[in-house]
Design a protein around this ligand. Structure first.
Ligand SMILES: [Zn+2]
Length: 256
């Protein structure tokens, strides 16, 4: 079965733009273009012609390349229905339960509010590819700008329900600082400690740490583990509502 080839394009200081190319049809989606030029460079290097732009949320570092790319290639922008008022020129509005097709690949759309109220994530099961913007990061999650702990936790539960093999294509290279925080929440998690070491080694060579496998996030990312007894105990909230535990972990990270 065909799968996306995915080009990872670093942009701005620590953003990632993704270009997902379906070799069986040539369809090519640009996910969250922070800026146009690095995307244009990558497209010409790969010899790909874009057919879609996908946006996860309205922040400028995810959409500021939209206009130039749409203007140049005349391609539709697909984004959150809830952000229709704040992402200019959206062509296709999607919401929870909708699908989104790029060539032979079809994404399931999840509403994943918390970082922003309109945030969505795209899950392409045949490519094991999860484009989750600033909802879930490697060893972290987005800042809670427009959400509530209960709403954000519910969003993360939707993503956590996906298979361990899902590759987490998140919006930023924040993994090393996330790891430094994560080990303070779960100092006794041996897999986390090992992962933190590997991340330090990668970053020492300026290599990227993205994508990660969702399975390792489930075992090591404290924000996906607010209902795990060890994590609840570690933050002094044994038996508490997982959403409240998540809120506490999020607050500690904000102040870390
Ligand atoms: Zn954002």
């Amino acid at each position: 079965m065909a799968r996306f080839e995915i080009e990872i394009v670093p942009a701005l200081s620590d953003n990632y733009i993704y270009i997902a190319h379906d070799p069986s049809t040539g369809a090519t989606a640009i996910v969250d273009p922070a800026e146009a030029q690095p995307v244009l460079d990558a497209l010409s290097r790969r010899g790909w012609t874009p057919t879609h732009i996908l946006n996860t949320h309205h922040h400028g570092d995810h959409i500021d390349g939209n206009a130039e790319l749409k203007g140049r290639f005349g391609i539709p922008i697909i984004g959150p229905r809830a952000d229709a008022g704040r992402i200019p020129n959206l062509d296709v509005l999607v919401a929870e339960g909708d699908s989104c097709t790029v060539g032979s690949q079809t994404a399931q759309v999840f509403e994943t509010p918390g970082h922003t109220s309109g945030h969505i994530s795209f899950w392409f099961p045949d490519s094991d590819a999860l484009f989750c913007g600033d909802t879930l990061f490697a060893l972290g999650c987005g800042r809670m700008f427009e959400g509530t702990p209960a709403g954000f936790w519910n969003s993360l539960l939707k993503l956590r329900a996906l298979p361990d093999s899902a590759q987490v294509y998140c919006g930023h290279e924040y993994t090393q600082s996330n790891a430094r925080f994560a080990v303070t929440v779960e100092p006794d998690n041996a897999e986390l400690a090992e992962r933190a070491k590997q991340i330090d080694a990668l970053r020492a060579e300026k290599r990227r740490t993205v994508p990660s496998a969702l399975g390792e996030e489930k075992r090591t990312n404290p924000f996906l583990r607010a209902d795990v007894p060890e994590v609840q105990a570690a933050v002094g909230m044994p038996g508490a509502d997982p959403a409240a535990v998540f809120g506490e972990i999020r607050k500690r990270k904000d102040n870390f």
